[in-house]
Design a binder for this molecule. Sequence first.
Ligand code: GZL
Length: 332
Amino acid sequence: MSISRTFAARLMALLVIVGLAGCGASSAPTTAPDAPATGAKTYSDMVLCYPQLGAESDWRTANTASIKETAATLGIKQLVFSDAQQKQENQISAVRACIQQGVDVIALPPVVEDGWDAVLTEAKNAGIPVIIVDRSVSADKSLYSTHIGSNMVLEGERAAAEFNKMMPNGGAILELSGTTGSGAAVGRAKGLRNKLNSNITIIDSQTGNFTRAEAVPVMQALLKKYTPGTDFQGIFIHNDDMGIGVIEVLKAAGIKPGDLKIVSVDGTRGGFQAMVDGWFQADVECNPLLGPQVFELALKLMNGQPVEPEVITNETVYYPENAAELLPTRKY
Ligand code: GZL
């Protein structure tokens, strides 16, 4: 059966178009669906300053990894990263160096709440937007563009709810708090006290500065002062790293998993293992994997787009019942 030349030509043309589309689909680069408007800045233009506060905990290690991995994945122009070893003066110096360099955005995870007004004012005067990451600052909100992090007060309130459930007839607990003056420690302590039943007394609170090493002598001193079971029946620990130090001390003192009601914070692999082993009765989640959201906010700020003043991460509480099942899936 013969077909007209015209039809054949149109059929060939159609096949060629389909063929090209087919070829193009696998090899030709396609612009991202949300390609920025003409002239808008992209991630490849971005120079972002991240003056990390330290490397004190597994949480912090995971936070650093999230920032560095996201920067690499997005292919940003430059990540100006530094480690302040938990010293505010080092963080302030790092921010000043970034202002001097003329970075596009500063994403600051502040070690403590206070003492940031001057350097945030310098950044603002230099026209460099600042994202406060993780812990909060007491500086006026006009001095930075947004804050992304956990609701630390809620974390403390969630811990209180666990003690209220486990100690319905009341009792006494100890508190091992995080870095003095940090938004995380201040918030968790506040939240615990907001919601703890009046028949549960916090008989002592000492800082372990969020580190395993510093928690050990603190817990040893507390065991010299108070008799476990008699003077106190529970411990609230502001992060899993300190909790692992506490477990070392409790073991050395002959205390067994479950003898005390222990609630920790973060939900790291170490915390999950402590739940599997029966030491922790609950672990309040605090998510360090903030990299993708930090860079998304930074790009909006680079393009002069509005951002939410607060971005609070949604979190939960983890329990021993499914800790063994979840442990292999934990990203930090
Ligand atoms: C909380 C974060 C805290 C973690 C600790 O958001 O700042 O600092 O709870 C970390 O593990 O050291």
